[in-house]
Design a protein around this ligand. Structure first.
Ligand code: ZN
Length: 451
């Protein structure tokens, strides 16, 4: 007898790699996709459940590759609304330094809920604040990820270069190198899962050239190689950062990255905007991934990532919403739309198609996280899916369903599945009291600013 076989039958539209014909839908068994059906085709063996998807656009679960969940507590905060990156950071650091475990749990739950409702099934977070009392920040995040049943790449961030030593962050937000490395080791041992279907993974993520020492960059790279985990950092986000690297290290950003042993396929970078042609070739040859964060880059007026040049050189491209203090949302399907439009300004309408940006948010993002089991609707992949309906006012009169998703501005999935389990049904997260969460989170946000 067929056990737990689910046929998602005849979707309105489906986004598959290489635009394979899968109009008959797909079959899921044991949390994975086991059949992809062409138009009119039926499953090889009977299914005990059938879901008629004729009103749904079916995508691989979206994958977010850069975020700072804690920042949902400082969205649209008046003092930083009109600031570029460096002053924006300097104004926010002292506020963020007051973060408590309870606040972080609420912020993480809000960010993940928002991502999940937008169709995201795997999220990376970059957490680099460990003030007194919040030493177990990543442990707090692991709990919330498990509660929501999503997948996550939690990167153990760090800051070790305070103002007193010429860095940007205030001294109370930085940690000693030994503390950072010991905690990184502990987290990998405690939580990092390997292989297909992994739910939680750990990456090492010194924050940025202007907030960590070259020593911690090098030591993190060595530890990541030894323990076979990934490396993540912010790079080439603004020209201020480039000036900082030139002044402090006498190196441009990519030379700096190379000098601390980070230029390779284990590394993925957030932003990656200010590269010269030679640097693009080097990043591509190294296979270093780039997470494009269009909303944040527009919000802080940082610049436009040269995605197609990087991709042509061999660098994988993924998408990220970036922290919620510079976006100020965590909606990944809307971020795909932003990527479509911002990149058209750089490369033209013909080159930047809906299919291409959807590939960035799925397969491309999966490559950044070093995963080949997610990001695609194909046989053998994890059953991580997002289904969208096009029955709202904004879609009325639209023709091509996949294009309509982005052009008409879909902002919410109707159903989301992670590893064969429904996590969102009828636009609601199963088991989450959203009203209560918003009330608690708003209170925490007010307390953080008022403290
Ligand atoms: Zn960031």
């Amino acid at each position: 007898m067929a056990a737990n076989r689910l046929w998602l039958r005849n979707p309105l539209a489906i986004h598959t790699a290489n635009t394979l014909d899968a109009r008959g839908g797909l079959v899921i068994e044991d949390g994975r996709i086991c059949e992809l059906l062409a138009a009119g085709q039926h499953p090889e063996r009977p299914c005990d459940q059938v879901f008629d998807a004729r009103e749904h656009v079916l995508l691989p679960g979206l994958i977010n590759t850069h975020h700072h969940f804690y920042q949902t507590l400082t969205r649209a905060w008046a003092p930083v609304v009109n600031q570029p990156l460096f002053p924006w950071l300097q104004t926010l650091y002292p506020i963020w330094a007051r973060l408590t475990p309870d606040m972080l749990a609420l912020a993480t739950r809000v960010a993940l809920a928002e991502l999940l409702l937008s169709g995201c099934t795997t999220a990376a977070d970059h957490h680099y604040l460990f003030p007194d009392g919040l030493e177990e920040a990543i442990d707090v995040q692991v709990e919330v990820v498990r509660e929501l049943g999503m997948r996550a790449m939690l990167s153990r961030g760090s800051m070790s270069l305070g103002q007193a030593d010429g860095g940007l962050p205030p001294q109370q937000t930085v940690q000693q190198g030994e503390v950072i490395l010991a905690d990184s080791e502990r987290l990998i041992s405690a939580y990092h899962q390997r292989g297909a279907g992994a739910q939680i993974q750990i990456a090492l993520a010194p924050c940025s050239p202007f907030s960590v020492t070259p020593e911690i960059m090098r030591a993190s790279a060595e530890l990541a190689r030894g323990r076979d985990v990934r490396l993540h950092t912010h790079l080439a986000e603004t020209l201020d950062e480039e000036d900082f690297c030139l002044q402090r290290f006498g190196l441009r950003t990519v030379d700096y990255l190379d000098s601390v042993d980070w230029l390779g396929p284990r590394t993925w970078l957030a932003h990656g905007i200010h590269f010269n042609p030679d640097e693009i070739v080097r990043l591509g040859a190294a296979g270093t991934g780039i997470c494009h964060c269009p909303s944040s880059n527009m919000r802080l007026a940082s610049g436009i990532c040269p995605t197609l040049d990087l991709q042509a050189a061999g660098a994988p491209i993924g998408l990220g919403v970036d922290g919620s203090a510079s976006n100020d949302g965590s909606n990944l399907i809307l971020e795909v739309r932003q990527a479509l439009y911002l990149q058209r300004l750089r490369y033209g309408a013909e080159a930047i198609t809906p299919a291409r940006v959807l590939d960035w948010a799925t397969q491309g993002s999966a490559r950044l996280l070093g995963r080949d089991d997610i990001g695609e609707l194909a046989v053998g992949k994890q059953a991580d899916l997002a289904l969208y309906r096009l029955d709202e006012l904004r879609f009325s009169g639209s023709h091509d369903p996949l294009s309509a998703l982005l052009l008409c501005g879909a902002d919410r999935a109707d159903r989301v599945m992670v590893g064969g389990q429904w996590r969102v049904l009828d636009g609601q997260i199963i088991g989450l009291d959203l009203r209560r969460l918003i009330a608690d989170h708003r209170q925490a946000a007010a307390r953080l600013i008022a403290a």
